[in-house]
Design a protein around this ligand. Structure first.
Ligand code: PHE
Length: 338
């Protein structure tokens, strides 16, 4: 039996040494150590031995099993090292890696977040309203008569239902005041839609940020101070800002705000970034009617409102000369803001 065990061991070691892949190595393991393997069969023969011989043979069997097992393990390591080497054959591991470029927020998102953060610090809370709006909230409640050009079918995107894509975020003013009571201090960022000719400073879908402050003693100086403070904290103390008298049906007096745009390779020029004014008492009067109460009694409350173009804020901030760059998703352009 001793002879037999030695033969099995040397046969096994030879088979393991000859194995050239995982499969043949595993076959060898099964052939010698498996349930029906040769060493297992030899061990079964132990029961015919005398009790003196048993421990001696048992020891021999153990030694053989250990030798075979460790030979298999060594071979396994060698085979997997070989496989690793093969898998990188012909590849130059000293070449520098290809870096993945990191993502970043879109410039519009960045200015919007900036603007919101600044205005929230000044006490404005976020408000929201639908983009598919009723004519009432978009126009009537904002003192905009039926013959106003903004309501023209040709100038606005109407649905068959009579609703429309809001032409400005000012509708959120009405939706807020229908529910809240003064003091009201809100901002509402969101999309607005117009049938504008698209050019370097106009898009048909653009982004606005509406602001509204209503209380018992809000003055024009509050409007001017708030907006000047806001614009300086966005663009720096030397920002050139001008308020131009204008007309909006829902504010009186009304202004447009311009800022100097310094774009590379262009003469500095004023661009309009916002409309603003003191809430027209007619708007409060109409609210009293809708609400059926007098918390917005035009004799008791005053307020200011503004609507800013977020896309235009981005142009000012980075000196972007064409607004269309902001929606073209050209990575060469966007990468600069990541
Ligand atoms: N809604 C106006 C526009 O889109 C801007 C505006 C808002 C003007 C609030 C005055 C007050 O042009």
């Amino acid at each position: 039996m001793k002879q037999e065990i030695e033969t099995i061991q040397s046969d096994a070691l030879a088979a393991i040494a000859a194995a050239s892949d995982e499969k043949t190595l595993d076959d060898a393991r099964v052939a010698f150590l498996g349930k029906k393997g040769r060493l297992t069969a030899a061990a079964a023969g132990m029961r015919h031995l005398s009790s003196e011989e048993k421990p001696v043979m048992g020891q021999l069997l153990n030694v053989a099993r250990q030798a075979i097992t460790s030979a298999i393990e060594e071979k396994q390591t060698a085979l997997s090292e070989l496989a690793d080497q093969k898998s990188v054959e012909g590849i130059d591991l000293t070449l520098p890696g290809r870096a993945l470029s990191g993502g970043g927020l879109h410039p519009l998102t960045q200015v919007k977040d900036d603007a919101i953060q600044t205005l929230r610090r000044m006490g404005f809370a976020l408000a929201d309203g639908p983009e598919i709006e009723t004519e009432f909230h978009c126009f009537d409640a904002l003192n905009t008569p039926a013959d106003h050009p903004a309501r023209n079918e040709k100038d606005t995107f109407y649905f068959d239902s009579g609703k429309l894509l809001r032409t400005h975020t000012s509708s959120v003013q009405i939706r807020t005041m229908e529910k809240a009571a003064p003091p009201v201090r809100i901002i509402a960022p969101g999309s607005a839609y117009r049938r504008d000719e698209i050019d370097a400073t106009h898009l048909s879908v653009f982004n606005q940020l509406e602001g509204l402050y209503v209380d018992t003693d809000v003055k024009l100086s509050d409007l001017k101070g708030t907006l000047e403070f806001f614009l300086r904290s966005m663009f720096g103390d030397d920002t050139e800002v001008r308020f131009r008298p204008h007309f909006f049906p829902f504010t009186e007096p009304s202004f447009e705000i311009d800022i100097k745009l310094h774009a590379k390779g262009q003469e500095p020029k004023w661009i309009e970034i916002a409309g603003c004014g003191m809430v027209d008492p007619a708007v409060f009067a109409s609210l009293c009617e809708t609400r059926g109460d007098d918390v917005f009694d035009p004799d008791k409350v005053t307020g200011f409102a503004f609507g800013m173009g977020i896309d235009r804020l981005a142009m000012i901030k980075w000196g972007i000369k064409d607004i269309r760059l902001l929606i073209e998703n050209d990575v060469r352009f966007l990468q600069q803001f990541a």
